[in-house]
Design a protein around this ligand. Sequence first.
Ligand SMILES: Cc1cc2nc3c(=O)[nH]c(=O)nc-3n(C[C@H](O)[C@H](O)[C@H](O)COP(=O)(O)O)c2cc1C
Length: 202
Amino acid sequence: MNRETIRNEVLDAILLRRSTRSFEEAPITGLELDTLLKATIWAPSGGNNQTWLFTAVRDVETLLSLNKLVRDGFQKWIPDDDYPGKLGAKKASQSEGFNFYYHAPLLIIASNAPNYENAMADCALALENVFLAAHSIGLGSCYINQLHWLRNDQNLRSFLFELGIPKEHTICSAAAIGRVKNQSSPPARKPGTINVYTPNKQ
Ligand SMILES: Cc1cc2nc3c(=O)[nH]c(=O)nc-3n(C[C@H](O)[C@H](O)[C@H](O)COP(=O)(O)O)c2cc1C
């Protein structure tokens, strides 16, 4: 889209937010956490259901235990003929320094009611709110899919239950958040993905 577009603070955040995969160790403050969590619950939800749950984890030991469970789960549950993105993640999980949340000091796990058709959509909208809110207060963020992929792993679910996530919930997604250490350049947007229908008036 090369034509001129309107600019303001919200639109700039949408355009300038990037997925961050390299974070500083510095923790997230209570004020930052509350700001991000408020952004989640003000997202729209199908039928205003709000059946979601956003679980914030800042404890480093807990996050590292989760990382171990994800590594083990990948070897057990991801078949070798799965789709390329997932296989790439499985391969990465076998490497020495694997960390599925990129050592971010905060992980927000989004879960939702079982058998609810809009579970993923509602959580995705809430996480985009988080990503934009994070960007607007100088933090980096990244969508994390591993816990969704491993949502039926019983070892992982028992651990998540201890963190307060109901066993019947489906794990939709997670957000890694922290101060940016290294920012990668924006991946190019593919052409041909916007279609403006113009009626052919005779
Ligand atoms: C559904 C979904 C799943 C994603 N899963 C991951 C993930 O597990 N790990 C990761 O590093 N990035 C993940 N991403 C981030 C994408 O790779 C990223 O948004 C894309 O490359 C575009 O880059 P940008 O966010 O900087 O614009 C995911 C994004 C979406 C929407």
